[in-house]
Design a protein around this ligand. Sequence first.
Ligand SMILES: Nc1ncnc2c1ncn2[C@@H]1O[C@H](COP(=O)(O)OP(=O)(O)OP(=O)(O)O)[C@@H](O)[C@H]1O
Ligand SMILES: [Mg+2]
Length: 503
Amino acid sequence: MDKIASPRLLQIDNVTKTFPGVKALLSVNLEVRRGSVHALLGENGAGKSTLVKIVGGGYLPDPGGSMTFDGAPYAPSSPYDAIIAGVRVVHQELNLLPYLSVAENIFLDSLPRRGPFVDYRKLYSETGLLLSRVGLDLNPASPVELLSVAQMQLVEIAKAISTSCKLLILDEPTASLSSRDAERLFGIVRALRDQGLTTIYISHHLKEIYEIADCLSILRNGEMVTTRPVSGTSIPQIVSAMVGRQLDSEYPVGKTPASRETIMEVRNLRFDGNKYPVSFSLKKGEILGIAGLIGSKRTETVRAIFGADRKKSGEVFIGGKKVDIRSPADAVEAGLSLLTEDRKGQGLVLDMTLANNVTLAAPDKVSRAGVIDMKAERLSARRLSAELDIKTPSVDQLVRNLSGGNQQKVVLAKWLFKDANILIFDEPTRGIDVGAKYEIYLLLWTLLEKGKGILIVSSDLNELMGICHRILVFSDGKITADLERGDFDQERILSYAYQNYID
Ligand SMILES: Nc1ncnc2c1ncn2[C@@H]1O[C@H](COP(=O)(O)OP(=O)(O)OP(=O)(O)O)[C@@H](O)[C@H]1O
Ligand SMILES: [Mg+2]
């Protein structure tokens, strides 16, 4: 069936959403065809999550607009209304309860019962069926906290399709997936489409759109710019519609080579769960990338260096001097900063303002006699918001109210404010749109000019090859290659990344 010409499942007419100080959506129209995968694209803060939250009953739109779903007027006033109608949203930040089992999470609102008791046999068998539909081979009784992010994502999808679901909405499902897990997810989305499910798919990875979407719509500053078939639309066309200008290249070309001076050296670092000692050095003015598959212990390594997890043995030298890092506080003292992978869990306090978050790691810089000078704090936050182009009505906005990508920028601002000499970034551009990524790369280069050293873990190999001086490849906890810029080659890096799993 031609997915583009099939009848519409969802129609949105003239929907507007205003938050204090922000017009998140302006008279938005959208038609989603039955049985299609419809991509929703746009820069950070363009209004994508807001729109799907309205469709999912999470937000009420301003008066004036209307929606129809499955042939009937549709105005959900809660997620429950939406679920009853057949609409399920898997949100940008996953919402599973870590201590409960997979099965309990999926059937949280509708645990099968026998008399007053939960019918665990039924619960587990029904969960097993759902898990197989999303291609997951998991024990329904295992607690969610033991799962990988990819598995959690699929559990969310299993949960979504546990009730009769006609429209599945995925808000940046692949932001934290490896390419292999993402491929698997695409396979599942396609299989669900073949079973007649309609999907709205939000992503900043534009290449994915060609793999799974039939149509695409682009939001810019809360306005719907275009809806069109994916085939016949090029990436540069999408990018210029998203950002309203042409981007010449994805990565700014680095101007300066790294110096010869070593700024940090790690010698024979050992930590629990890794068989291999890790040794490498970072130079002043260098961007050193760490590539590897998800689970290759890249994150564990940087956490051990930073003192966030215990190391068993090994030494860290900073500026030639041996430092004893036993806690993150020691690391900060030694001039290190770590931008973590999980912004929700470790990087930000969602119920504090943007300005508070920015100064969180270095309150002394805006304090007098131990008291925070709020004016100074706001000034610094304003400067950094402007530098990073953070989209917010003011620096007094609660971080909770910022869009996902803008929250990630606040994490960056926080560590830039701290002004450490050695910056360790774990997946810094996750969930950040193409235009903003470019700005962040430029910023990294200005940091290098100030003599800093940057260590960056990323699952985006093109990104590492685009911005690094040198790349270390991790394979199951072992450094299998140390490549200079001239030797970067995608296939080569991948084969090193797999090496220690094959041997
Ligand atoms: N609850 C809220 N209160 C105040 N402002 C909000 C709220 N939710 C969203 N906004 C604002 O609405 C705008 C659109 O945000 P939205 O989360 O929809 O963006 P997005 O397109 O999903 O971006 P991203 O790609 O970064 O996830 C942003 O300026 C955001 O700060
Ligand atoms: Mg969003």
